[in-house]
Design a protein around this ligand. Structure first.
Ligand code: PGA
Length: 225
């Protein structure tokens, strides 16, 4: 089981250190945090397994606002999230750039959590499998790749997919690419156990509930039972 916390644009270095001091996860579950770039060093120094929230495909160059695999490795960062739906929605991320980011990160030796998931309108139109097939289709088959299924309608909305919806989507994703699949979208301490109990749910990518050390630790506990 892998439980990953995506902190999005929350927590500078000081708040990261405070989190680390208060965070006491159970043994036996793999835990990752993905803070903003400026807090990566603080997270690594606090001995948290640390992922970036994205990574560029070029080793260096004129790419304002981006960060390279080498820079992350220099800090001791273990991996990167790619293709989060907020990157796709607000920052023009496409299947092609997600694929380039994933390929470059894996080639550099980083682990990758690649996010996929359908919009509400796509689910209502019966297009979920078509969307997942397209998004998963660009991902490399690599032993350091983990997929996160995050239905966009469940992110930050408090509307979690039912365990059955998650299980169906995870099984479908694994039929396309046989890698571990995390569920993401309004995972909280009180719904984590049921979601994580599904046979094809291999962990969680947690946004809001990963910001508090107590609730994030409670989700990690849920992964053990
Ligand atoms: P949420 O975010 O848990 O706040 O819904 C999940 C994510 O965006 O990874």
């Amino acid at each position: 089981m892998l439980i990953a916390g995506n902190w999005k644009m929350f927590k500078g270095p000081e708040a990261t250190r405070e989190f680390a001091a208060a965070f006491d996860p159970p043994a036996g579950v793999d835990v990752v945090v993905a803070p903003p770039y400026v807090s990566l060093a603080a997270a690594v120094e606090a001995r948290l397994t640390t992922f970036a929230q994205s990574v560029h495909w070029a080793p260096e160059g004129a790419y304002t606002g981006e960060i390279s695999t080498g820079m992350l490795l220099e800090l001791g960062v273990a991996g990167a999230i790619v293709g989060h739906s907020e990157r796709r929605q607000f920052f023009g991320e496409t299947d092609e750039t997600v694929s380039m980011r994933a390929e470059a990160a894996l080639a550099a030796g980083l682990e990758v959590i690649a996010c996929v998931g359908e919009l509400e309108s796509e689910r209502e139109a019966g297009r979920t499998e078509e969307v997942l097939r397209r998004q998963v289709g660009v991902l490399p088959d690599d032993e350091r790749l983990v997929i996160a299924y995050e239905p966009v309608w469940a992110i930050g909305t408090g509307r979690t997919a039912t365990p059955q919806i998650a299980q169906e989507a995870h099984a479908f994703i694994k039929s396309l690419l046989d890698r571990p699949v995390l569920y993401g979208g309004s995972v909280k301490p009180d719904n984590a156990r049921e979601l994580l109990a599904q046979p094809d749910v291999d962990g969680a990518l947690v946004g809001g509930a990963s910001l508090d050390p107590g609730s994030f630790a409670a989700i990690c506990e849920a992964a053990l039972t």
